[in-house]
Design a protein around this ligand. Structure first.
Ligand code: S3P
Length: 448
């Protein structure tokens, strides 16, 4: 769990060219799902490449509390002995999901149609985030939710004793909400249908299919219509977790802005619901080549070769937001080194992430001499040109791992060092960030 310890001040300074191979950790979204689906399956699921960040470790602990046997065998190598659909036991204590919105929302969905009661909490960031987006649809299955004002954690969910299937249109583009509904639908009889107007990451659908559920996606006038047949027997699988494109984003963006750099980031997912950043960077003039395209763990992947590039600002299409939703903070950093203006509309959801990411990026970039404009749904960065970012400021990270890593990337090419007040949240998703970046040639130091 992050945010419970002492804040770690970090400073990143201008460095020489970044060179080498960046082996980023396993995908966070897929890691959570591998543990949860393993716990809902019959038999022993074997996972390799699991992300051992705090968020995922909290989900592993939670799955144990619901009755699954979860064992670590070696680095990234885990097994889950599941209890089957509908087989969750009632946890004896409060489930603490730490910093993880994905963890808490998916687990709430997964237990909402079991005849048990569970109470959830999280760290200071997670306790501020809205849970109504999940408790609204799970109440349609018959579950009851009792939380703090505004649908905040801590929150108790009383699972439905006789769940009814649900047809639900997600009011916002959210894979967490879609996934919570699908996981709840597993233990409801008949068909549960989720409709999303904009496609979001589809790992839950792909993995449910892999674990033996009957699930289809149709594109209709209503949007993406996902239909799940309830009460399947999920069968344990071997899951090879591919590397996380959202973590790859940090070394990729760093190499683009540090003069003379050339790095390779192997095995990065090119899933079309996750690859928006790479398309955007190419439109800005980035020299990225996609080598050795193949399939790994059910996901299309490629090795990325990235070279320092002269970049220009663009208007990022709003329709691309969900395919790069976690990458806007580091995209804003790259935009600061571009020539011209980068406009990022359609990003309201950034206001309810681990922090208000529009505000956190705007304030942190301003503190480092970059001109910003923002409204509720848009972030605009006025680029300073390749070597024109002044730096010299400190950004507040608000318990948000991606804000911390983004400002460390900014410091690698800014004129003066860039600091963050607290880099400890980086451990939630990318525990090897500092070592990996140092191995490429970055200079990141912790304050004493
Ligand atoms: C995730 C969905 C996204 C994303 C988060 C991971 C998932 O959140 O930002 O990091 O694994 O389903 P939303 O569903 O809130 O968009």
């Amino acid at each position: 769990m992050s945010g419970h310890g002492t804040p770690i001040k970090m400073t990143s300074r201008k460095c020489g060219p970044l060179m080498g191979t960046a082996e980023v950790p396993g995908d966070k979204s897929i890691s959570h799902r591998a543990l949860i689906l393993g716990a809902l399956s019959v038999g022993e699921t074997k996972i390799t490449g699991l992300l051992e960040g705090e968020d995922v470790l909290d989900t592993a602990k939670a799955m144990r509390a619901f009755g699954a046997e979860v064992t670590q065998h070696g680095p990234g190598s885990w097994s889950v002995h599941g209890v089957g659909v509908g087989g969750f036991a009632e946890p004896e204590n409060i489930i603490d999901c730490g910093n993880s919105g994905t963890g808490v929302r998916l687990i709430m969905g997964a237990m909402a149609t079991a005849p048990i009661t569970a109470t959830f909490t999280g760290d200071g960031s997670l306790r501020k985030r809205p849970m109504g987006r999940v408790t609204d649809p799970i109440s349609l299955f018959g579950a009851q939710a009792y939380g703090r004002h505004g649908g905040r954690l801590p929150m108790t969910i009383v699972g439905a004793k006789t769940p009814a299937p649900v047809r639900y249109t997600t009011p916002m583009a959210s894979a967490q909400v879609k996934s919570a509904v699908l996981l709840a639908g597993l233990n409801a009889p008949g068909q549960t249908v989720v409709i999303e107007k904009t496609a979001t990451r589809d790992h839950t659908e792909r993995m449910l299919r892999g674990f033996g559920a009957e699930i289809t996606t149709e594109v209709t006038d209503e949007g993406h219509v996902i239909t799940l047949q309830g009460q399947p027997e999920l069968v344990a699988q071997e899951v090879a977790v591919p590397r996380d494109p959202s973590s790859a984003a940090f070394p990729v963006c760093a190499a683009l802005i540090v003069p003379g750099s050339e790095i390779v980031v192997p095995g990065v997912s090119q899933n079309p619901t996750r690859n928006g950043l790479f398309i955007t960077l190419k439109e800005m003039g980035a020299d990225i080549s996609f080598e050795n395209e193949r399939e790994e763990g059910g996901e299309p992947v490629a090795d990325l070769r990235v070279r320092y590039s002269k970049l220009h600002g663009i208007d990022v299409p709003a329709e691309r937001a969900s395919a790069q939703i976690d990458e806007y903070p580091v995209l804003a950093v790259v935009a600061a080194f571009a020539d011209g203006v980068t406009r990022m509309p359609g990003v309201h959801e950034l206001r309810v992430k681990e922090s208000d990411r529009i505000d956190a990026m705007a304030r942190g970039l301003e503190a480092n001499g970059v001109k910003i404009e923002e409204d509720d749904d848009t972030l605009i960065v006025h680029g300073c040109g390749p070597e024109g970012v002044p730096g010299g400021g400190t950004a507040a990270t608000h318990l948000d791992h991606r804000i911390a890593m983004s400002f460390m990337v900014l410091g690698m090419a800014a004129q003066k060092p860039v600091s963050v007040d607290d880099g400890s949240p980086i451990a939630t998703s990318f525990p090897i960030f500092e070592d990996l970046m140092a191995g490429l040639g970055a200079e990141i130091a912790r304050a004493d």
